[in-house]
Design a protein around this ligand. Structure first.
Ligand SMILES: Cc1cc2nc3c(=O)[nH]c(=O)nc-3n(C[C@H](O)[C@H](O)[C@H](O)COP(=O)(O)OP(=O)(O)OC[C@H]3O[C@@H](n4cnc5c(N)ncnc54)[C@H](O)[C@@H]3O)c2cc1C
Ligand code: FES
Length: 265
């Protein structure tokens, strides 16, 4: 698998809300071989603080060798990144990890929660580019309409017709959790469908449960704290299903897993 370390120029900064940012980076080597679900490790500052790179899903690969990340400001690293301007440069490593399988299916149902929506945009676009595009249903959830509106619009512009939204506060779409929308979509008969989900752990757990009850194959993209991103520190271990004492490493074995591989605690 090709991986690169590069100094990437920031081409564009878009502040979608007060704390959600989309950053476009000039990274031709990474753009040339990235697949949906993979991530990059980003050095957020020039010196030793913060010391560790931060992982971000690849949100989109666009023409001219550019990659985008979409992130929410949480702590020091993301605050530093949000304060950067076009023309500045960042050190990146990627593309890393195992992405989504696009194996042929009648339909794909993508389920994204919060910043877990980031890799699903890249996935939706690649599915639509297949020589025989599958049916596509996209279910997106967030806390409020403000967090979701622009991202939903991006999926509509991509041509996704079956787009359903949920917000925790009911300000847009279904009032509740996004996983609650799955039975309505796949309950109508989805034997040859594939669920692909990314979001907070409880959401993924709920999606895996729905997938099991509908007998629908399900891929989940997991997040853990990551110190290295390259399988050197073993800090991203999660328990593996079925084998007591066995672990998976999110940076190397994932971040995308078959939901059946994961021990949902
Ligand atoms: C494979 C992968 C892909 C990711 N993709 C995205 C993405 O596309 N967009 C996005 O916004 N974020 C994404 N994340 C999470 C992102 O890496 C963290 O939000 C970021 O590292 C926080 O850095 P910070 O320095 O701002 O916060 P820190 O100061 O390091 O931490 C601030 C707070 O956030 C918590 N935190 C830090 N990292 C995580 C994490 N991975 N999961 C849950 N809580 C965390 C800490 O416990 C702490 O409470 C991804 C993580 C992984 C592992
Ligand atoms: S983050 Fe270091 S081994 Fe996975």
């Amino acid at each position: 698998m090709n991986q690169f370390q590069c100094q990437a120029e920031i081409v564009r900064m878009e502040h979608l809300t007060s704390d959600i940012v989309r950053m476009t980076l000039q990274a031709p080597d990474i753009a040339a071989c990235a697949i949906p679900g993979q991530f990059i490790m980003v050095k957020a500052g020039e010196g030793c603080d913060p010391l560790l790179r931060r992982p971000f899903s690849i949100h989109q690969v666009i023409g001219n060798g550019r990659v985008q990340i979409l992130f929410k400001v949480l702590g020091k690293g993301t605050r530093l990144l949000a304060g950067m301007r076009a023309g500045m440069a960042l050190n990146l490593v990627g593309p890393l990890g195992r992405g989504f399988s696009l194996e042929s299916r009648e339909g794909f149902c993508l389920v994204g929660g919060g910043m877990g929506i980031a890799p699903l945009y890249f996935l939706a676009r690649e599915l639509q580019r297949l020589s025989r595009p599958p049916q596509l249903v996209v279910l997106l959830g967030a806390r409020t309409a403000a967090e979701l509106a622009q991202l939903a619009e991006d999926f509509r512009e991509l041509g996704v017709r079956e787009l359903h939204l949920a917000t925790d506060d009911g300000s847009l779409g279904h009032h509740g959790y996004v996983a609650e929308l799955i039975p309505r979509q796949l309950g109508r008969g989805g034997d040859d469908w594939q669920l692909c989900a990314c979001g907070p752990h409880p959401m993924l757990q709920a999606v895996a449960k729905e997938a099991k009850s509908l007998s629908c194959p399900c891929q989940v993209s997991l997040e853990t704290m990551m110190a290295c991103g390259i399988s050197a520190c073993l800090g991203c271990a999660i328990p593996r299903a079925g084998l007591s004492g066995a672990y998976l490493h999110v940076c190397k074995d994932g971040p995308v897993f078959d939901a059946k591989e994961v021990a949902w605690l």
